[in-house]
Design a protein around this ligand. Structure first.
Ligand code: IPM
Ligand code: MG
Length: 381
């Protein structure tokens, strides 16, 4: 074995550790009060693949719901160009510098899916944005009233396997190592977000989901800190679960109805929220809020669907997920009435009437036709 690899890896590990310690030391807390702000700038990022197709519909919905406020200048819809896989690959940057600068001039973002290249060293644009904007809470609601399901997931969004996922170590033809990071302030803030949500929304239970029996250091710390925070909420019951049995429980009709709020590390949250969304009708139906203290970004929970594009079926992409993200965005910027209206329209279109159906492989209408249906329904409310 060439000792060079070991020396290089040790050097790299030292840098990673120093950077993570530094990140952990500068986590701040100062949530924004949108109701006190004169103007809110909403950045609209199309993304790539099916991104621009579903975003077009979301834009129409936002324009309809916020018409007066846009005219009065209280809301600004600001298109952000350039976050496409073609541009990112050409520049060799996961989020090009000028795009990031434009994004940082906004308060909140509505973002279409972006392609994440497999392998190589290019980081996922999602991961870069979540890190650069410090969007530490990935909040994903899933609800299926007829099955008694009303879940909300608080996925830690800036740490775990993701934060150094593009900076692992490799000894060619021999081994590869990646790193997982859990910090004390990073865990405390997601735990606090989940328990505060539970307290303010009449929830009585929070499930802390880890694999602390195997990932003893990182998940062990995550679980211990969640319990520490839980101790400040005596009316809320904190339960420990392992991710594997939780994955089974979500499809167990005898048990799943008792879960309410979940808090969990990044990768488990990624996987299990796709499972939960599938129970709701598919990943195309679930929206996601990425929130931090300064910025927030709202998006579908899924990627850019290259298969649909390759098969020429992009126009049939389901916009439900980005509509749900739009509802979450409106609620976040204190536009509760508009959010409620959109929630009502989505319920009518997606669950009650179902006059126009777009659901993955059972697709019968285009994305635009579904957009028309939601807009007509909104106009009737
Ligand atoms: C998600 C997505 C992203 C993730 C991908 C697109 C990088 O799956 O938001 O859940 O892995 O976080
Ligand atoms: Mg995912």
């Amino acid at each position: 074995m060439d000792n060079n690899y070991i020396d290089q890896a040790c050097k790299q590990f030292r840098t990673l550790l120093e950077q993570q310690l530094e990140r952990s030391a500068r986590m701040d807390h100062a949530a924004k009060d949108f109701s006190a702000q004169k103007q809110v700038v909403i950045g609209l990022i199309d993304g790539d693949g099916i991104g621009p197709i579903i975003m077009r519909e979301a834009k129409r919905v936002l324009e309809a719901l916020l018409k007066e406020e846009i005219t009065a200048g209280a809301i600004v819809l600001k298109p952000i160009e350039g976050l496409t896989i073609e541009n990112r690959l050409a520049l060799g940057q996961s989020v090009p510098e000028d795009v990031l600068a434009a994004i940082k001039t906004c308060d909140v973002l509505l973002k279409g899916p972006t392609t994440t290249p497999k392998g190589g060293t290019m980081e996922s644009a999602n991961v870069t944005l979540r890190r650069e904007l410090d969007l530490y809470a990935n909040v994903r609601p899933v609800s299926v009233p007829e099955l008694g399901i009303d879940w909300i997931f608080f996925r830690e969004n800036t740490e775990g396997e993701y934060v150094l996922g593009s900076r692992g170590i490799e000894v060619p033809d021999t081994l590869a190592m990646d790193f997982k990071v859990t910090t004390v302030p990073g865990t405390r803030r997601i735990a606090r977000t989940a328990f505060e949500y539970a307290k303010n929304n009449g929830k009585t239970k929070v499930a802390i989901v880890t694999k602390a029996n195997i990932m003893k250091k990182t998940d062990g710390l995550f679980s211990a800190l969640c319990h520490e925070v839980a101790a400040e909420y005596p009316d809320i019951q904190a339960e420990d679960w392992y991710i594997d049995i939780m994955a089974a429980n979500l499809v167990n009709p005898d048990i799943r109805g008792r879960f309410q709020v979940f808090v969990l590390p990044n990768l488990y949250g990624d996987i299990i929220t796709d499972e939960a969304a599938q129970i709701q009708g598919g990943v195309g139906t679930a929206g996601s809020a990425n929130t931090g203290d300064r910025y927030a970004m709202f998006e579908a929970i899924h990627g850019s669907a290259p298969r649909l594009i390759e098969e020429g079926l992009g126009d049939y992409a389901n916009p439900s997920s980005i509509f749900k993200a739009t509802e979450l965005l409106l609620r976040h910027i204190a536009r509760g009435a508009a959010a409620d209206k959109l929630a009502k329209a989505l319920e009518i279109c997606g669950q009650t009437e179902k006059k126009v159906v777009v659901t993955g492989d059972r697709t019968v209408a285009t994305c635009a036709a579904y957009g028309d249906y939601v807009l007509e329904t909104l106009a009737g409310l």
